[in-house]
Design a protein around this ligand. Structure first.
Ligand SMILES: C[S@@+](CC[C@H](N)C(=O)[O-])C[C@H]1O[C@@H](n2cnc3c(N)ncnc32)[C@H](O)[C@@H]1O
Length: 224
């Protein structure tokens, strides 16, 4: 595993199953083609990905995404004064979150989102939505958690467009919130989408995929 090089559009992912690491392909791989993984979160514009790769791994990435600045336009959509304020606030959110001050995190998220003119696909706004969803879950505010979670799904599908474990887990969380609120048809739809990704990224036998299958079973029971 330590011989795998990085790509911002990798053909493999690494997932944990208990104490073991699994390398799984997420694309068709031709004979002789190099296997790659992503060392970093790919949900970042080119300049930030490159800076992190340089800082942590001391190399300049020249993958096709970096060369074409793929998805940068979406990630930075609406970037302006309003996103500058959000960027500064994200540092504060990270600090508050690390101190488990979830109510303060949620209040700041709500304040930022109320006045924001950014689209949800803007990566700063998306980060705030993620913080808001996580805080609501922590505080047991299920309806609001679902509202924030739903807003993340479209941007996640843009940025994790190939099979990606993060997209599968996010969909599973949203589906679980829908199930919790007895929105059975919606939950089935979301969980089935998560399953389609997870059977590739984690495999059908993975414990998380099996948890997902259980949730789908609960939905079917709820419908009856
Ligand atoms: C875990 S090692 C990968 C294996 C390494 N290439 C080797 O031959 O042993 C990580 C290092 O590989 C190099 N590397 C990985 N991905 C790269 C890439 N896309 N472009 C250039 N160098 C890369 C960098 O020097 C990085 O610090």
């Amino acid at each position: 595993m330590s011989l795998l090089n990085h790509s911002c559009d990798p053909n493999c992912v690494i997932v944990f199953e208990g104490t073991s690491l699994q390398l799984r392909s997420v694309k068709k791989i031709l004979k002789g083609e190099e296997l790659t993984i992503s060392y970093i979160d790919v949900k970042m514009p080119t300049s930030l990905r490159q800076a992190q790769l340089q800082r942590q791994y001391c190399f300049n990435c020249d993958c096709h995404r970096c060369l074409s600045k793929d998805k940068d336009e979406d990630m930075l959509a609406g970037d302006s004064e309003s996103s500058k304020e959000m960027k500064v606030s994200i540092t504060i959110l990270e600090q508050l979150n690390s101190q488990d001050k979830r109510e303060e995190v949620l209040n700041l998220c709500k304040k930022l989102l109320k006045t924001s003119e950014l689209p949800d696909k803007n990566i700063h706004q998306l980060k705030v939505l993620d913080f808001a969803m996580d805080s609501c879950i922590f505080l047991g505010m299920w309806e609001e958690a679902l509202m924030f979670g739903l807003r993340t799904l479209k941007p996640y599908s843009i940025y994790y467009s190939n099979y990606h474990p993060v997209a599968a887990v996010q969909m599973m969380r949203v589906g679980k919130l829908q199930l919790h609120q007895e929105m059975f048809p919606q939950a089935i739809e979301t969980l089935k989408q998560a399953y389609e990704i997870m059977k590739v990224t984690h495999g059908k036998g993975h414990s998380l995929t099996q948890d997902l299958t259980e949730l789908l079973r609960d939905c079917e029971m709820g419908l009856r």
